[in-house]
Design a protein around this ligand. Sequence first.
Ligand SMILES: Cc1ncc(COP(=O)(O)O)c(C=O)c1O
Length: 373
Amino acid sequence: MKLFDVYPLYEVCPVKAKDVHVYDAGGTEYLDLYGGHAVISVGHSHPHYVNRIQEQLHNIAFYSNAVENPLQQQLADEIGLQSCLHEYQLFLCSSGAEANENALKLASFYNGKKRVVAFKNAFHGRTSAAVATTDNQAINAPLNQQQEVTFIPFNDAAALEQELQKGDVCAVIFEPIQGVGGLDIPEDDFVLAMEKLCYQYDTALIADEVQSGFSRSGTFFAFQKNNIKPHVISMAKGMGNGFPIGGILVHPDIKPKYGMLGTTFGGNHLACTASLAVLEILKKEKLQLHAQEMEGYFRSCAEKIEGVKIKGRGLMLGLEFDYEVAPLRKRLIYEKKIFTGGSSNKNVIRILPPLTVKKSHFDQFFDALEALL
Ligand SMILES: Cc1ncc(COP(=O)(O)O)c(C=O)c1O
């Protein structure tokens, strides 16, 4: 049987990984500044993570959401503790798109409306409503285009109010730091205005923290820099360090009802254990603070490159050149053995390393870049 060929591939085949490195079968070491697309948070195959999952596998890996699973409550408590969002409620699923799908559905249940406002260059996933709120017509099938979505630019509070005034918008969904779009960040004043307008017009505010959440931005969630209270917060990637887990945090104003949301795999024993292990490592190794420090170091190195704009925050960073970077990224992989990320902004290299990355790894990257430029 052939694979359904939807991914253009680099000719690299990792068979082993450790902390910030992956290795192919011949033992060639690659520096992973991509984190498998911002997924690897506490480092590849961290011993504590491996032990916790192994132990759980010997006990119970899965049972359905029809029975009690205290690991879900433990996970909710620990996310509450580390994010300081104790009053929110946790619903678990298995991916970023699924988290956004549930967030949007919940918003619509909450206020009975059905149009969504999203932002230019947004990426929220590839399923039904999630892909409809993604600003890329090439991945929106006619089926998805049935959703009612209006795209507006960041930082245009008047345009936002004009849409909300129409009274039919169930949710405004935004990435506090755009990922796929190329690391753009809405201005602080606009984020505050957006929160105010959403509450004023009975519209749910959804913060998509699928990529920026779980300490990658240097705060537990990126939106916390603005001290706002979104109605729903979606999360996934770094949550499981590679184990598929996603979730939403739901504001206490939104009340649950049996059957409102549901999933077979979401919140299973193995997934909860993987995420608990991630949180334990984040705390023990103070990786949130480390992300802030490493951002500072990265910026100090990047500032020395002429004509380059530094974008993003924490360890969700980008370098914007005044030309397309695909050939440069290819050379970084094949000649310098360094993985980086691309973006829908073709001039941006994305840097999304495991949060355990050290100064020496960035030194290696900037030396490689200097040699290639
Ligand atoms: C901000 C954001 N939201 C949602 C998603 C979709 O997540 P998934 O690929 O797990 O469905 C992504 C994936 O890149 C993302 O970056």
